[in-house]
Design a protein around this ligand. Structure first.
Ligand code: SDX
Length: 392
């Protein structure tokens, strides 16, 4: 609720916002999107259906879903000159660097959806962002591996189209693997929105100044990149690979507990969840299913599961209420599907775009909303007079 809450030093501040989109109970490990539990959506829904739900507040009828999916499909292609923009990057540019640049540049191409006072333009910009993120992310991957860009194929599902643009090549017909498509569907749904996390708050703050929606989403991508936030999925898999075998786990647990060591167990802990992140449970189940169905036995999954078991029994993690979060297992699945670790956070950004856009629309359509202006607790010098340099 919007209202006042007090920090320890007696400093009061207003809550950041009111929102009806996502509800989290960190103590109980509950995550609801417009009232629907995340595990039910991950099991039964599609990313288009969840996108409609986040944007409009209700699950769509069959006709509404068909019309929404068709509308999104009208925007999957990128302006051809943006392909030239990609060619200005080094081949080894991090996909998140490319996505920050390309998404911010969209406002230079789509002038008919930057007027935030026009509800029609706001909705067109929202649909463009949701539709183009798979194309943008896939192109970032293709550019990094020196393969030609693949155009969208609107006869495929949102997830299937993304997989084909990423792993398909012009020389061959690409068959979407249903096991992989189902895993990506769940992963996209699990990452779609998460209340007022750092990157969503960044999008809201940027949007409160009246900045165009493309610039706001680019700001969200930049914030998500951090290893404490969306960058944790890439960092978690790199950590699990560094640990290597289960016998090395105690050494890393000890480092995570050592206050003098900056090392943190990546994929563990959360600002809000002081219980299991409900997304982590679905992610772990998906990791086991995907590896089994693809016939892959990845020792990293064994290490991850062993690490989870040891940490959950460790007094430090119990006392600090540290549990696996959404990023702990996602990398195992993405690696099994064939994504490089550098693409992991780009996939998080792709999926979270609908949440950012839904939260931005909720804020910008509130006639009472004002520019965000967080306050501070000043801890600097009291007033003093200037001293000329020859007197210092
Ligand atoms: C995401 O906000 C969201 O909703 C984010 C997200 C989303 O969907 O948008 O859920 C996605 O960002 C998930 C988090 C991904 N990040 C990581 O996995 C990186 C590793 N995790 C930590 O960096 C950490 O847990 C944070 C950044 C996520 C939260 O850090 P906080 O705010 O310091 O957590 P806290 O206050 O609960 O920490 C309590 C204590 C602290 O020690 P003390 O100051 O009490 O001595 O636990 C310690 C922390 O230092 N701690 C850890 C730890 N996480 C917290 N110690 C070791 N390993 C960890 N992973």
């Amino acid at each position: 609720q919007t209202g006042l809450f007090t920090y320890d030093p007696g400093f009061t501040s207003t809550a950041s916002c009111e929102s009806a989109i996502t509800y989290i109970d960190g103590d109980e490990g509950i995550l609801l999107h417009r009232g629907y539990p995340i595990d039910q959506l991950a099991e039964n829904s599609t990313f288009m259906e969840v996108s409609y739900l986040l944007l409009n507040g209700e699950l769509p009828t069959a006709d509404e879903l068909k019309n929404f999916t068709y509308t999104i499909s009208r925007h999957t292609m990128l302006h051809e000159q943006l392909a030239t923009f990609y060619r200005g990057f080094r081949r080894d540019a991090h996909p998140m660097a490319i996505m920050c640049g390309v998404v911010g540049a969209l406002s230079a191409f789509y002038h008919d959806s930057t007027d935030i006072t026009d509800p029609e333009q706001r909705m067109i910009a929202s649909h463009r962002l949701i539709a183009k993120m798979p194309t943008i992310a896939a192109m970032a991957y293709k550019y990094s591996v020196g393969q030609p860009f693949m155009y969208p194929d609107n006869s495929l599902t949102y997830t299937g189209n993304f997989l084909r643009m990423t792993f398909g090549v012009p020389a061959e017909k690409y068959e979407v693997n249903p096991v992989i498509e189902n895993a990506m569907r769940r992963i996209f749904i699990l990452h779609a929105d998460h209340e007022q996390n750092a990157s969503t708050s960044t999008v809201r703050l940027a949007g409160s100044s009246g900045a165009n929606p493309f610039a706001c989403i680019a700001a969200g991508i930049a914030c998500l990149w951090g290893p404490a936030h969306g960058g944790a999925n890439e960092a978690a898999l790199n950590m699990l690979r560094e640990i290597g075998t289960p016998d090395k786990i105690p050494e890393y647990i000890a480092r995570a507990k050592d206050k003098n060591d900056p090392f943190r167990l990546m994929g563990f802990g959360h600002r809000v969840y002081k219980n299991f992140d409900p997304r982590a449970k679905v992610m772990q189940k998906t990791a086991q299913e995907v590896l089994k169905e693809l016939g892959i036995s990845d020792p990293v999954l064994d290490t991850a599961q062993e690490l989870e078991q040891i940490a959950l029994k460790d007094d430090y993690f119990i006392e600090k209420k540290l549990y696996p979060n959404v990023d702990f297992y996602s990398g195992v699945i993405l690696n099994a599907i064939g994504f490089p670790t550098s693409m992991f956070t780009a996939l998080f950004a792709l999926a979270r775009t609908v949440g950012w856009v839904a939260q931005w629309n909720e804020m910008i359509s509130d006639p009472e909303q004002k520019i965000g202006r967080p306050r501070q607790l000043y801890t600097g010098q009291t007033q003093r007079d200037y001293v000329p340099v020859d007197k210092r």
